[in-house]
Ligand binder design. Structure first.
Ligand code: ZN
Length: 202
């Protein structure tokens, strides 16, 4: 995803360190110090609670160009999807608006969703759902205003052959984005939409 062959080779040669601080972690996602700051999410929506090293790892993936973390965080998310027994026909990441994606060079949710689809043995569909309006700043808005702001932000493509969708995102904060994305999928004929995120902010 936007990396050169040299980048890929360097990634292969680099020892896998902690996803939050790069300290040696013996292949684990987090080193012991960072691991102590993480908390698993209790429920089917996501893998971790948002905060501590989990928040750091997501920030590095999203804002510091650490696309290598997508596969590693995604691999853990994939195990969670399998444990949760998700029975779906297709995995769809929450899309970014094309302009935002162009700025960042990648969609972190797609990077996370890729190993999930692979592990569940179903296709990853990057075109089922499109973001037709960019995300407005949401931080200061009420839940109602967030929802109204996002209304019509997504458009979905019908796919009768794959009615059960697993929608994947990096973080769930209020759930508004996921629920507006779900509405678009249902409007296009999806029978069931399930959610899975790497971290749940509560
Ligand atoms: Zn660490």
């Amino acid at each position: 995803m936007g990396s050169t062959i040299l980048d890929s080779i360097l990634e292969l040669l680099a020892p896998l360190g902690c996803a939050a601080c790069d300290a040696p972690s013996e292949g684990a996602l987090f080193c012991n110090t960072c691991e102590a700051t993480t908390q698993m999410h209790d429920g089917p929506l996501g893998l971790y609670e948002y905060g501590g090293a989990v928040a750091d790892a997501i920030k590095r993936l999203k804002y510091e160009g650490r696309t290598d973390l997508g596969a590693r965080l995604g691999a853990e998310l994939a195990e969670a999807a399998l444990r949760l027994g998700r029975r779906v026909d297709v995995v769809v990441p929450v899309p970014m608006h094309p302009l935002r994606r162009k700025e960042r060079g990648y969609n972190q949710s797609a990077l996370l969703a890729h190993p999930v689809a692979k592990r569940l043995g179903v296709p990853l569909d990057l075109s089922r759902l499109r973001r037709v309006r960019p995300a407005p700043p949401q931080a200061e808005l009420s839940q109602f205003e967030r929802r109204r702001n996002l209304e019509g932000a997504f458009e979905a493509r019908p796919d009768r052959a794959r009615p059960r969708v697993l929608l994947v995102d990096d973080v769930c904060t209020t759930g508004t984005t996921l629920s507006v994305a779900e509405d678009a999928l249902y409007a296009a004929g999806a029978e069931r939409v399930e959610r899975l995120v790497f971290a749940v902010a509560t």
